[in-house]
Every structure is written in C-alpha cells, then in structure tokens.
Design a protein around this ligand. Structure first.
Ligand SMILES: [Fe+2]
Ligand SMILES: [Fe+2]
Length: 171
C-alpha cells in the first residue's frame, strides 16, 4: 500500500519516541542472539515488519509498529535467570505485554500481536490477524539472520547496528 508523507512522518515520530525512551533503552542490556541485544533486535523487527506490511493492502501500520517494538519487552536475561529460562519461549510474550501495559498505553490489538508472535514455536497462540502474522514473520526473519551472523560481541559492530536502526525509513 502507498502511504502519504503525513502517515510516514507520523510512523517515524512514533518510532523515534520509543527509540529515545529511557524505559525502552533498558532493552540494550538484555542480551540476544549472539552479539546483539534486545533493543537492536526489536527495532530491526519494527523496520522489517513495516517494510513487509507496505506490500499489503489496508493493514494497521501503527499497531504493527508499536507491537514489533515491544514484542520482546520482557526485560530479564533468560540466560542468567534460571527460573525463567525453562519457560521463556512460552511465557515471554505475556511478560512483555504486562511490562508494556505498565509503561505505555497500548491497545488490545497491539497486545494480541505481541501475544502470538512466537507462533509456531508456541503453537497454542495462533496469529489471528494479518498484522500479527506480519509481525511474527518479521521477527522470525530478523532472528534467523541474527543467529546466522555475528559471533563476537564487538563494539564497532554494535555502533553499526545502532546506525542501521536509527530511523524507521531509510533516508
Ligand atoms: Fe520473542
Ligand atoms: Fe523477537
């Protein structure tokens, strides 16, 4: 779908608001797929999800954007938190929803997108809407790429990563 400059700017400003939010920045210390962190991962998913969503007709871009930024907003390190490690795959979407609802005002559609993002790994919660399927697919694409690349956690590489996700739309 084609979006107006106005919509584009609105989405970019939502993206920027979350990107610079202190609470969201806490995801930077949450480790993720080798050499990455939860913050970089989440904003990558947001960029990928919006890119993919623009190929569809009439989808709610705002909900996709907010849900993808917050889909992994669980804020604990499952590698060290042993009690949570075992059920991380199944439980972290619910914890992300809980944290996100506390820190931001998010609607039911956004919650539903976050809830089903682990499908089909978490087979019980199926993505019922197009928005949920787009977000889940973007997460899988980004996570796969992250697992396949970067082994070492290098500062220089991280700086590049941050540059990559600085804006929702490429300049
Ligand atoms: Fe996740
Ligand atoms: Fe994710």
């Amino acid at each position: 779908m084609k979006i107006s400059e106005e919509v584009k700017q609105e989405l970019e400003s939502i993206y920027q608001r979350f990107f610079h939010d202190e609470k969201v920045q806490r995801m930077k210390v949450i480790a993720m797929h080798r050499g990455c962190n939860c913050f970089i991962h989440s904003f990558r998913v947001a960029r990928r999800a919006i890119k993919n969503a623009l190929r569809h007709k009439s989808v709610n871009l705002k909900n996709i954007l907010i849900a993808s930024i917050l889909h992994d907003y669980y804020l604990y390190d499952w590698r060290v938190d042993r009690a949570r490690k075992k059920h991380h795959t199944a439980n972290h979407p619910k914890i992300a929803i809980e944290n996100a609802s506390k820190d931001f005002e998010i609607g039911e559609e956004v919650k539903a997108i976050i809830d089903s993002h682990m499908w089909p790994m978490n087979f019980k919660i199926f993505p019922k809407t197009k928005e949920a399927r787009i977000t889940g697919m973007a997460d899988t694409m980004v996570a796969t790429r992250e697992v396949l690349t970067s082994i070492a956690h290098k500062k220089k590489r991280l700086d590049n990563y941050y540059k990559e996700i600085e804006f929702l739309f490429d300049k």
